[in-house]
Ligand binder design. Structure first.
Ligand code: GLU
Length: 372
């Protein structure tokens, strides 16, 4: 039986249908309270928790008197703006009751797809987790238009899991997992408790199965896409019916759900991504002292860099070579080449004097570095 016992960095994705009462368009406060209590228990046992929550549009709808009809994109965005403040307030209140500090992060597709912004978002979320907060994430629907939006929080949650190296993603929805076909229309539909490999055949099972809500945007298909993204990044995924109170306790007690096995773990998936998938945009030659430091799992400081080549921007992958021209590492750089040129050879404390600002003391952070 899969439980949360072995998880360290957990993301819980909460769909609109379970957070908001679809008839009244109001928050299900008792449910939220039960979940936040469970979050506090996870934190006490040393786990880091991030929440990805939908519900802004569903809450904003009733606030703006726009229930029971299809919304235009700008109406959706207006609802998101009106509902997001209620959503934030709700988490603030519910988590605060258990002594948890919450922090709101509204992301757009660009924040997870553009490596420069990805690095920023990643380090903000990392810092929040380090400081013991529970980030509550939603898509920034108010500014995200069709071309630049996820539209569903399942994929946003999966990309966030990949970005921060989560090991477990729980998708709380209104169905108890994946079925071979839509159980509402097909009495032969079989529940699938475990998926080891997300084959095309499994992906097919999601088409046509929508979860019962008219509030959220994602159906089973987007959940399977999310599962594919997350499992490839080394994060296992669970789809479960989260409507009843205390969903995580029920999950730990073996309630029916579908679990998707992760391919490898977040660390090796990341190593593979940095060293094998990304094409390097340039290189940094470093001195002997820096080579030693890197081998001891330290970050690359500007003082250890001798010269640069190629053309790179913050967040790009670069090769790191020693004075004999041997590639010894690869990493995601924290400064644009034009900035790096000015600070190499200097101490980290000089960066802000030289540039007039700083983006941290390192040229490449050790978490973004893979020594070959
Ligand atoms: N971001 C949307 C909201 O908060 C929900 C998207 C989804 O349903 O997944 O209302």
């Amino acid at each position: 039986m899969a439980t949360l016992e072995i998880s360290n960095r957990i993301i819980i994705k909460i769909g609109s249908a379970i957070l908001v009462d679809s008839e009244k368009g109001v928050l299900r406060e008792d449910w939220l309270d039960s979940l936040c209590k469970e979050v506090s228990e996870l934190k006490v046992s040393g786990k880091e928790v991030t929440i990805v929550s939908s519900g802004a549009i569903a809450l904003g709808r009733s606030r703006l008197g726009l229930q029971n009809r299809k919304l235009t994109l700008s109406e959706k965005q207006a609802c998101a703006a009106a509902g997001q403040s209620l959503l934030t307030l709700a988490y603030e209140k519910a988590l605060n009751k258990y002594g948890i500090t919450t922090a709101q992060a509204l992301l757009t597709l660009n924040d997870t797809e553009d490596r420069r912004r990805w690095l920023n978002a990643r380090s903000t979320l990392d810092t929040l987790l380090l400081l013991g907060a529970v980030p509550v994430i939603n898509e920034n629907d108010t500014v995200a238009t069709d071309e630049i939006r996820y539209g569903d929080n399942d994929r946003l949650a999966a990309r966030t899991a990949q970005m921060i190296g989560s090991d477990t993603l729980i998708l709380l929805t209104d169905i108890d997992g994946l079925y071979t076909s839509d159980p509402r229309f097909n009495t032969d539909a079989q529940h699938v408790p475990q998926v080891e490999v997300l084959t095309d055949e499994i992906m097919e099972m999601g088409t046509g199965i929508n979860t019962q809500t008219n509030l959220g945007s994602g159906g089973m298909a987007t959940k399977l896409i999310a599962a594919r993204i997350a499992t490839q990044a080394g994060c296992r995924v669970c789809i479960m019916d989260g409507r009843k109170n205390k969903p995580l306790q029920r999950l730990n007690l073996g309630e029916r759900a579908t679990w998707f096995t992760a391919k490898s773990n977040p660390k090796s998936a990341r190593i593979q991504w940095i060293s094998g998938t990304l094409k390097p945009s340039g290189s940094i030659t470093i001195d002997e002292g820096a080579v030693k430091a890197l081998k001891m799992n330290k970050s690359l400081l500007p003082a250890g860099a001798i010269s640069l080549s190629g053309n790179f921007y913050k967040g790009d992958a670069v090769m790191i070579i020693d004075e004999n021209n041997l590639e010894i590492a690869r990493g995601l750089v924290s400064y644009d080449k034009i900035e790096a040129e000015k600070i190499i050879g200097f101490k980290s404390e000089d960066i802000s004097n030289i540039l007039g600002y700083e983006n941290g003391p390192v040229l490449i952070h050790r978490d973004n570095l893979v020594v070959m």
